[in-house]
Design a binder for this molecule. Structure first.
Ligand code: ITT
Length: 195
């Protein structure tokens, strides 16, 4: 039987991306499918602490294997911003377009446009937590293009590519993606466990 893991997120794009790479040995249950309708808190100053908060919250509610992830866009010339505040960069509305507009405005006149996405996954198996990280280096374009993906994808060009994430299919994004790299580590770890 497949091992079931609850994925502690309310972000449907993350669910689609992780389901595209998780493979056949594991099945991902969403919060919605688990009947959980809370808005999971993200009150901390690091991706690691927020990821832990989300997975621990769901583990305490369900007592089942679960994982969460927190992702930030870290822009070099903005001293790592928006970072852990990526979802709410332009305000509590969590609006992707407003976040992109503010990012492009804050980068006006800056010659260094290097940036990276960093994903931290927090897995809780039988009550024990372990973290996995995935990083994708790249740069922020001066304008936006593409309709795929979500968040900052229309302005992010990963190193080694000429297109933005939002111009790529999910399979193409997975060749570069921070999330895919973190999930690969998660899967490798799960495969060493007798679940
Ligand atoms: P959960 O906490 O429910 O998992 P969330 O959308 O709040 O979902 P985060 O706190 O990790 O997720 O938010 C990070 C933000 O960073 C997200 O809202 C996007 O704007 C952006 N982001 C995350 N992953 C991204 C990706 O692969 N491509 C583009 N933008 C991304």
């Amino acid at each position: 039987m497949k091992t079931q893991l609850i994925f502690a997120t309310n972000n449907e794009h993350k669910i689609a991306e992780i389901r595209s790479v998780i493979g056949n040995d594991f099945s991902i249950i969403t919060l919605q499918e688990a009947g959980i309708t809370i808005d999971i808190p993200e009150p901390h100053e690091t991706l690691e602490a927020n990821a832990s908060e989300k997975s621990r919250t769901i583990y305490q509610m369900t007592n089942q294997h679960c994982f969460s992830e927190d992702t930030g866009l870290e822009v070099t010339s903005l001293k790592g911003a928006p970072g852990v505040k990526s979802a709410r960069y332009a305000g509590e509305g969590r609006d992707f377009q407003q976040n992109i507009d503010l990012l492009l405005k804050n980068l006006e006149g800056k010659s260094d446009r290097t940036a990276r996405f960093r994903t931290v996954i927090s897995l809780i198996l039988d009550g024990r937590e372990i973290l996995f990280e995935g990083i994708c280096e790249g740069r922020i374009a001066t304008d936006q293009k593409g309709l795929q993906g979500f968040g900052y994808d229309p302005v992010f060009i990963p190193d080694g590519a000429t297109k933005r994430f939002a111009e790529m299919t999910m399979d193409e994004k997975n060749k570069y993606s921070h999330r895919k790299k973190a999930v690969d580590k998660l899967i490798q770890y799960l495969q060493t466990k007798d679940l």
